[in-house]
Each structure stands twice: as structure tokens, then as C-alpha cells.
Design a protein around this ligand. Structure first.
Ligand code: AHR
Length: 519
């Protein structure tokens, strides 16, 4: 009972996120080098005697010879799907396929394929101990464009997990069960995390329920302190072993597990009979450090382990859906990998060349002042403006008053809840931002809460009608900033509200990003 109560409290604080830091912008351009079909992470694990049994990535091949699909997207306009593959065997993702397929509409990631040949693909997680927000209690699917990056000079997209998003496979092939040895790594955005339970990747229960201590072995990333924690304020890489996130041998505090938040974070967990380890490093440079290497926790139920062999991404073992994070790639192995093998994998990750997205034309660059002009034929002289807390579109011309011009001017800020996205601070009301409430935009003073940060964060992408930019809501990623009857909403194409109308959708969600009326 105590655990249940604690868990509900956790769910209430679901959006207790932290986040933010580095600079970016949303819309990027492709170009760059091709990656030779060389030894990739799963070739390295195989050479070390611990082959991959699951290999997931939306950015690149994890075998030198892999030439299949990486993931599948589904677009909102007609509900059709498209597999997203590679530029070449063993190489980088062909993100242009996604861009053209999703042009003028929005897309979600429906399948993350398994490159290992075992068909351990990840799909929309079903309800379990907890239900997700989508139909039938399933979890949400990730917006396919919410986590843009560049890898080896090539445009790519990660899997952006807002709370409520989750992927799972409860019928796997070859994944460790019982006390069998296994290893795993994942690359996350170390600046995107929260204190909700539980942003995980790895081994979990096959019935999506809490089956007791030791029934999971997954990588956790975030700053929840209910179970284990390490040095500093977090986030930490920990092992989710069920009913406990472990940062070392002790149930709660372990000084050896540091706060770690590299923009591209390599996180490693591995376990074998009465032995496990936590490792981590910077996915852009340097090697891996070992943060724990020793016996199973000094808490009953974790030795021997009772792993069940399902695979989860973005959720807890019982389908707890309060975690947040971003995933780019990850694998699970059969057997306990050596440190040397993992060190070689880390070198491969660094060589792959993960970097933050570059902007096309710098149209939504943090620090700049802009105005946002509607592109629908009716309304091309209208801009997003505020009048006090009320937000609408208003006609602004060079003859407008200084106040009206300032009301139509915004300072682009790094996204309050996601450093890959942006927030819009009022030019003449410092500290107040465009945010949504009940799906309508207003101007609100930043109250420092995680909810405000999420409501005030928008992820830019190319304008859906081919003009300017469209902005997906960070916490409702299938909703976009849209004008309707001169009011401004976060709308869902063809949804149930009048402002969700499919008519004029692409035009209404596309905004020219102009120089600010008040620079
Ligand atoms: O172990 C932490 C979490 O506890 C698990 O992910 C979840 O299944 C349970 O609520």
C-alpha cells in the first residue's frame, strides 16, 4: 500500500521535469559525409562474444551490413505509414524520406525496428499496472520531428518521450530471462529528463505489471529521488531493477554515481549472477567511466534476478508513464559484455558524430527577436500578438502603434522544457511567455513549474504548407500552434474541437518568422 501511495504521488508530479541548457533551433538541413560500412556497435559486441539480441536506432545502422528499415512513421493526414531506412548499408538514416512523407502534416513514430534479426521491435506500449493516455489505455507515440539532430553531418530524428509516451515488446526472442547475463547501452539527450517514473530502456516484465523485486533490468535516466540517487542533484544513470532504481549497492544513496548530463549521453547497465555495473560517458568525446561495479543491491529480492525479457522504452516496468527523455539508439546483448568491448562501442559512438541540429536560415534562433506572421491567404497581414494575457492574431502594419508592434514581438528562448525546441518570451513583458492552457494560447508569467515550462515549449519544423515554420507543442506533440477565427490554439489536425478543423490546416499552422516589429 505504501508503495502504491508513493507511486500515485509520483504520477501527480509527472511533469516535474528539469531540462534545458544548450542552444539550438528546430529546422535543419541535410548534407555531410557517408559512413563506411564498417564495424558498428553490434559487430563489436559480437566480436566480444556478447552479441546483440536487440538493436534499436532512429539515426543509424548498428551493424556494418544492416540495410533495412530503422523505424516506421505514420502521418496524420491519411493514417498511412512509411518505413524510414538508410542512406547506405551500415550508414546513416535517410531522414529526407520522413521529411517528404510528413510534409504538410504531422507524423508519429509507430515502430522502432530491431536490427538484430530477432524481430524484437518496439511498438506502442499497451496498458499494464498503469494505463496510457491513448485509445484503449495504450501509451502515446512520439512525435517524429520533436528531437532533430545531426549525426555524421546527416539530419536525423530521435525518439522524444514526453510523459505519457511509451514503447514496448512483451514477446521477445533471445533477451535474458531469470538470472541470465546481459548488457545494454543507450544514447539519450542528457539535458532532457524529469523526476517522474520512469524513463527506461531495457529488460522488463512481459505482462506490463510490477511482478516484484528483480523482475526488471533496465537503464534509467532522470532525477527522481524516491528510490536510489547519486551525487549532486541529478540526473543520474541508474538501474531499474523493479521497485527500485539503483545507483549502487545501497538502496538509496551511492556517492559513486555522479550527476551526468552530456547533451549526448552514453548510458550503460549490465548484469550477471550477483554482479552488475553502471557506466556512462559523453557520446561526443572521451571514454566511459564506471560508476558502480559490484554485487547485487543489499536489498532482498535482487539476487538471483528474475528477469522476464520484455523490452521497454520511455516507461517503467508496470507502464508507469511519468518519465521524460529522448532516445537515439540502444542495444541489448546476450552475455555480460567486457569493459573493453563497451569501450570500443563508445569509440564507435563518438566517431559517429552526434551533434545538435543546425538551423536553416537561423529563423528561430534563441536570443533573436521575431514576429510570427500567418500564411493563410485570409490573414497574411496578421501576427501573433498579446494584449495583456490574451493572445490572438492582429493586423500589424508599419502604421501600427508602438504598443501594438511591441505586442507582436517575441524573443526566442531555448525551450524551457526541451533544449532542442524554443519558447517565446514577450518583448514588452519580460518573464512572460506564450503558453497554452486548455489548448488555447495566452501570455503567462513563468512560474518556474515544470508544467509551465512544458506548456510554453514548442518544437519548430518546416512549415507544413512549405512556408516558414510550424511549431509542435512540447507536451502535446501532435498539436501545433494554429490560428482559427483569429484566436491562437494548439490544434490537432481533424480533432474534435472546432479549432482542430482539417480545413486550411497546413496554412493555419504555418508561420513566417519575420524580424520583430520591435527589434
Ligand atoms: O523500479 C521503479 C519502478 O517501480 C518500475 O519501473 C515500475 O515498474 C515500478 O513502479
Amino acid at each position: 500500500m505504501a508503495l502504491r501511495l508513493r507511486h500515485h504521488r509520483l504520477r501527480r508530479t509527472a511533469l516535474a521535469a528539469a531540462a534545458a541548457a544548450t542552444l539550438i533551433t528546430g529546422v535543419l538541413v541535410g548534407a555531410g559525409t557517408s559512413q563506411a560500412a564498417t564495424s558498428q556497435p553490434c559487430d563489436i559486441y559480437a566480436a566480444g562474444g556478447t552479441p546483440c539480441v536487440a538493436a534499436h536506432s532512429t539515426t543509424r545502422a548498428l551493424y556494418g551490413t544492416y540495410n533495412g528499415a530503422l523505424y516506421q512513421v505514420r502521418r496524420a493526414s491519411d493514417n498511412t505509414t512509411r518505413d524510414i531506412g538508410l542512406l547506405s548499408a551500415g550508414g546513416y538514416v535517410n531522414a529526407a524520406t520522413q521529411d517528404s512523407f510528413c510534409s504538410g502534416t504531422s507524423c508519429v513514430i509507430t515502430i522502432i525496428y530491431d536490427q538484430s534479426g530477432r524481430n524484437n521491435r518496439l511498438t506502442q506500449a499497451p496498458p499494464g499496472g498503469f494505463s496510457g493516455p491513448a485509445a484503449g489505455g495504450y501509451d502515446n507515440l512520439a512525435n517524429a520531428t520533436a528531437a532533430p539532430v545531426s549525426v555524421g553531418g546527416h539530419k536525423a530524428y530521435g525518439v522524444f518521450v514526453a510523459p505519457g509516451t511509451g514503447y514496448r515488446n512483451n514477446a521477445t526472442n533471445g533477451v535474458a530471462t531469470g538470472d541470465q547475463p546481459e548488457g545494454m547501452y543507450a544514447i539519450f539527450d542528457g539535458t532532457h529528463y524529469n523526476g517522474g517514473c520512469c524513463f527506461d530502456y531495457g529488460n522488463a516484465e512481459t505482462n506490463s505489471r510490477d511482478n516484484g523485486n528483480g523482475t526488471m533490468e533496465a537503464i534509467y535516466f532522470g532525477n527522481i529521488k524516491v528510490w536510489g540517487y547519486g551525487a549532486g542533484n541529478g540526473p543520474w544513470i541508474m538501474a531499474d531493477l523493479e521497485n527500485g532504481l539503483f545507483s549502487g549497492v545501497n538502496q538509496h544513496y551511492n556517492a559513486g554515481d555522479p550527476t551526468i548530463s552530456h547533451r549526448f549521453l552514453t548510458a550503460v547497465i549490465k548484469g550477471e549472477p550477483n554482479h552488475w555495473a553502471i557506466r556512462g560517458g559523453n557520446g561526443q568525446s572521451g571514454g566511459l567511466s564506471t560508476f558502480y561495479n559490484g554485487v547485487r543491491p543489499n536489498v532482498a529480492g535482487y539476487n538471483p534476478m528474475k528477469k522476464e525479457g520484455a523490452i521497454i522504452l520511455g516507461i517503467g516496468g508496470d507502464n508507469s508513464i511519468s518519465g521524460a527523455g529522448t532516445f537515439y539508439e540502444g542495444v541489448m546483448t546476450a552475455g555480460y559484455p567486457s569493459d573493453a568491448t563497451e569501450n570500443s562501442v563508445q569509440a564507435n559512438i563518438v566517431a559517429a558524430g552526434y551533434t545538435t541540429a543546425t538551423s536553416s536560415g537561423g529563423t528561430v534562433t534563441p536570443g533573436t527577436s521575431i514576429s510570427l506572421r500567418a500564411t493563410t491567404a485570409c490573414c497574411t497581414t496578421r501576427y501573433i500578438t498579446h494584449s495583456g494575457a490574451t493572445v490572438a492574431t492582429s493586423v500589424i502594419t508599419s502604421a501600427s502603434t508602438a504598443t501594438d508592434k511591441a505586442n507582436a514581438s517575441w524573443v526566442v528562448r531555448t525551450g524551457l522544457a526541451n533544449s532542442s525546441c524554443v519558447s517565446f518570451e514577450s518583448k514588452n513583458t519580460a518573464g512572460s511567455y506564450l503558453r497554452h492552457q486548455n489548448y488555447q494560447l495566452n501570455l503567462g508569467a513563468n512560474d518556474g513549474t515544470a508544467l509551465f515550462a512544458s506548456d510554453a515549449t514548442f518544437c519548430p519544423q518546416a512549415g507544413q504548407n512549405g512556408q516558414g515554420a510550424s511549431f509542435a507543442s512540447s507536451n502535446y506533440p501532435s498539436r501545433y500552434i494554429r490560428h482559427y477565427n483569429n484566436n491562437v490554439y494548439i490544434a490537432s489536425n481533424g480533432g474534435s474541437n472546432a479549432f482542430d478543423s482539417a480545413t486550411a490546416w497546413a496554412d493555419d499552422v504555418s508561420w513566417e518568422v519575420t524580424g520583430a516589429w520591435t527589434p
